[in-house]
Design a protein around this ligand. Structure first.
Ligand code: GAR
Length: 201
């Protein structure tokens, strides 16, 4: 155990099931060395925000439409992250591509979970259900999820951990998504804890 907990922010855009897994992991001690200090959504009416509030976690939304460019939006994001003294940013179903202001402010301090075995089925346009549709269409026998460090290359940063899921005859994009989500909920918290164990704070 560290003497001081690492301040985590979770960035969301949708249902927030990974957010709940992270919140639960902090409570249960799976993430023993971190605390979730802020949840940021780029959309106002998402279940993830509700779930954060239900858990008593500070949650805000910042809408892209209020800014002249993606970079200006991300500067605001960095301002908020700094205000809450965030040390590690966790993308959990965050459906925006990060730009230079945030990538530079949090170099090697942003993690993402992606619902495929990267480098397969990643990159621009590959997110959410689209990933599972492409996987089923390709007819591969195995898929899974990947936790990686975020850099300038979409879904291309260093891989920290992966979990595999078998694809069975009759699996659909929806059934595959559900199976992989269950693995995501295990893999992300344990990987976050391992990652912050290496922090020098
Ligand atoms: C998760 O499957 C996550 O891996 C995926 O979106 C879903 C969000 O679910 N993320 C991406 O596709 C990012 N490229 P959640 O909101 O219930 O955590």
């Amino acid at each position: 155990m560290k003497s001081k907990k690492v301040n985590l922010a979770v960035l969301v855009s949708g249902s927030g099931s990974n957010l709940v897994a992270l919140i639960d992991a902090v409570k249960s001690g799976v993430i023993a060395d971190g605390q979730i200090s802020l949840v940021v959504s780029n959309k106002e009416d998402v279940y993830a925000l509700q779930r954060a509030e239900n858990a008593g976690v500070k949650a805000i939304s910042i809408k892209r439409s209020g800014f002249s460019s993606d970079e200006e939006f991300d500067k605001k994001l960095v301002e908020k992250l700094r205000e809450y003294k965030i040390e590690l940013v966790l993308l959990a179903g965050y459906m925006r591509i990060l730009t230079a202001p945030v990538l530079e402010a949090y170099r090697d301090r942003i993690l993402n979970i992606h619902p495929s075995l990267l480098p397969e089925f990643g990159g621009l346009g590959m997110y959410g259900m689209r990933v599972h549709e492409a996987v089923i269409k390709a007819g591969v026998p195995v898929s899974g999820c990947t936790v990686h460090i975020v850099n300038e290359h979409v879904d291309g940063g260093p891989i920290l951990a992966q979990a595999e899921v078998s694809i069975l005859p009759g699996d659909t994009p929806a059934s595959l998504a559900a199976k992989i989500l269950r693995e995501e909920h295990r893999l992300y918290p344990s990987t976050v804890q391992k990652f912050i164990t290496g922090f020098d704070i």
